[in-house]
Design a protein around this ligand. Structure first.
Ligand SMILES: [Fe+2]
Length: 180
């Protein structure tokens, strides 16, 4: 299950209900999928072929169609990132710049782990949402954030889009932001 760390205070928020309630105040959606549905050969596999990616999508077809019905997504895909990904350093450096989008950024983690760093209210400041397999998060449009990997540097995630070009990153300047 996801866990939240508030950067200013180091406060940890854990437990599905607490995580959901905390995120909902910023209109961040948090849901949980049953990743045990994934066939064994697709679990802990961070270099999926195109056919295997299609199998991952087929496994979660019901969950995807449910999101489509509720939130109007039109396309979706599977991404994998690991040490085997060409240009992983370059990609991570690019991801780790705070930015916004004109549509929500939704990710369902189906393998590995990942962290969304999100800017909350002035009082809360930035917080990390550490995501594990089964965790789904949707960061609303115009909310300042970035996505990064954990030290393991392995993730498989499903992304959904209303418009692919709605997801272009617009850099956000914040001199007070510190990465670590
Ligand atoms: Fe983003």
């Amino acid at each position: 299950m996801a866990e939240i760390r508030i950067r200013k205070t180091n406060e940890i928020i854990s437990g599905e209900e607490n995580v959901r309630n905390f995120l909902n105040q910023f209109e961040v959606i948090y849901e949980h999928w049953d990743v045990n549905k994934l066939p064994a050969h697709l679990q802990e596999n961070f270099s999926l072929t195109d056919d295997q990616k299609a199998e991952v999508l087929a496994t979660f077809d019901t969950e995807i169609k449910d999101l489509v019905a509720r939130r109007g997504y039109r396309t979706w895909d599977v991404i994998t990132l690991s040490e085997a990904t060409p240009n992983i350093e370059e990609l991570l450096a690019k991801f780790e710049q705070i930015h916004t989008h004109t549509e929500d950024e939704i990710r369902a983690i189906v393998g590995g782990a990942g962290t969304f760093v999100i800017k909350g209210s002035d009082e809360i400041g930035y917080f990390d949402v550490n995501l594990l397999p089964g965790d789904l998060i949707s960061v609303p449009e115009n909310t300042v954030h970035f996505f990064t990997l954990t030290d393991d540097r392995k993730v498989v995630a499903i992304r959904l889009f209303v418009e692919e070009n709605g997801w272009i990153a617009h850099p956000f300047e914040d001199p007070s932001f510190q990465k670590a």
